[in-house]
Design a protein around this ligand. Structure first.
Ligand code: PLP
Length: 399
């Protein structure tokens, strides 16, 4: 067996199921689940129509590198969204479709980590999307957690990383906008990380799957490729970004995203994926191409999230220490009692499920940045989010 398997932690939702076991919430209150970041806005009909139209293509094996049309559409979208110089990205060399970013984030570490090296390090934010940690462990690397605390604006405190750790770093996962913090990693920090990547020879894997969920239409969050291009590094050396349709287009079940960046890394990843055997089905490719070409549904999607965030903050603000996230659809409030007790009590008394922050984080430098916080995913309808916020408010008042 791969020894990394024994190091894997149960997934946060398994821990949550354990936490809720044996509790019978009040049946007069409808269950409201704010624990999972699974989008629940309606999938645009044109995407589903496209799947139906292309279903007969299930008769043929799809290509791992995807169709030319799909890669061209993704390239166009990246250029538009991040203002990248047209010539800097080539659909045949810089882009690959993936079956959702989850599998790609995982597979990527297996592809780029050389476990024969002494002590290869994979750095990740803390709290974090648990795939980064599992990917590092199964690739035979040592995960190093970089705390994202309030004092640092909820982005990883890279200043706290000692020089010997940087020296061993081979892969750095970023999550911007962050899950669960909603924090956006700014241009200056991304620029500094690019310098560090050159100095210490590591790859930056920037998970940007929340990049399309932001409050101000005029201020989309910057991405890693954008900052690289602005700094004149438009060969995207050492940079790979991960983008997804799941949150952008409300198709988490379609399993569709892409990776883009450094030509050499993309070429190696294509080779890896050819053997891995994870080509995206052709009808999903066709529907994905349509989705990446349309922005109207994404604008409407954003509006719905920000209506919910404002409504919920208006209700929770007086009761909980909670900030307005820079982007994404999560709230990350502090709790006055331990996060697991808070989540269990809220479920037991009000039938509302939230995720304890410590399920998303580890102790690093003596601190667990998820302790005494919970993640609230504003994925249900506005009415349900409001109702949940009122129940949380009442719960907190009676603590
Ligand atoms: C930070 C982060 N990255 C990646 C993913 C995976 O998204 P998908 O595989 O649907 O693209 C998620 C899903 O919740 C996430 O929160």
């Amino acid at each position: 067996m791969n020894p990394g398997l024994a190091r894997l932690q149960p997934y946060p939702f398994e821990k949550l199921a354990g936490l809720k076991q044996g509790i019978y919430p009040p049946q007069d209150k409808s269950p409201i689940d704010l624990s999972i970041g699974e989008p629940r806005h309606t999938t645009p009909a044109f995407i589903l129509d496209e799947i139906r139209t292309h279903l007969p293509e299930a008769a043929v094996y799809p290509k791992t590198r995807g169709s030319d049309v799909l890669r061209e559409v993704m390239t166009e979208w990246l250029r538009r969204r991040f203002k990248l110089p047209a010539a800097s990205l080539h659909p045949d060399r810089n882009i690959l479709p993936v079956n959702g970013t989850r599998e790609a984030l995982f597979a990527f570490a297996q592809c780029v980590i050389d476990a024969r090296e002494p002590d290869p390090v994979v750095m990740l934010p803390n709290p974090f999307y648990q795939i980064y940690e599992g990917a590092a462990m199964l690739a035979g690397a040592r995960p190093v957690y970089v705390n994202c605390g309030e004092a640092n604006g909820y982005i990883p405190d890279f200043e706290s990383v000692p020089a010997p750790v940087w020296k061993h770093c081979r892969l750095l996962y970023l999550c911007t906008p962050g899950n669960p913090t909603g924090a956006i990693i700014g241009r200056d920090t991304l620029g500094k990380l690019l310098e560090l990547a050159d100095r210490h020879d590591f790859i930056i894997a920037s998970d940007e799957c929340y990049a399309e969920i932001y409050p101000d239409e005029t201020l989309p969050p910057p991405g890693l490729l954008q900052v690289a291009a602005e700094l004149g590094r438009d060969d995207y050396h050492r940079c790979i970004v991960f983008h997804s349709l799941s949150k952008r287009s409300n198709v988490p079940g379609m399993r569709s995203g892409f990776v883009a960046g450094d030509t050499q890394i993309i070429s190696a990843f294509l080779k890896y994926r050819t053997y891995h055997g994870c080509a995206m089905p052709s009808y999903i490719q066709a529907a994905s191409a349509r989705a990446w070409q349309d922005e109207q549904h994404v604008i409407e999607n954003r509006k719905m999230y920000y209506e919910k965030i404002s409504a919920v903050l208006g209700i929770l603000g007086p009761a909980l220490r909670v900030y307005r996230p820079a982007a994404g659809f999560y709230l990350w409030p502090e709790t006055s009692i331990p996060d697991c007790d808070f989540a269990r009590g809220l479920y037991a008394t009000h039938n509302v499920t939230v995720l304890p922050g410590s399920f998303l984080s580890r102790v690093a430098n003596g601190i667990n940045p998820g302790a005494n916080r919970v993640r609230i995913a504003l994925v249900p309808s506005l009415a349900e989010c409001r109702e949940a916020a009122m129940r949380i408010h009442e719960y907190v008042r009676n603590l």
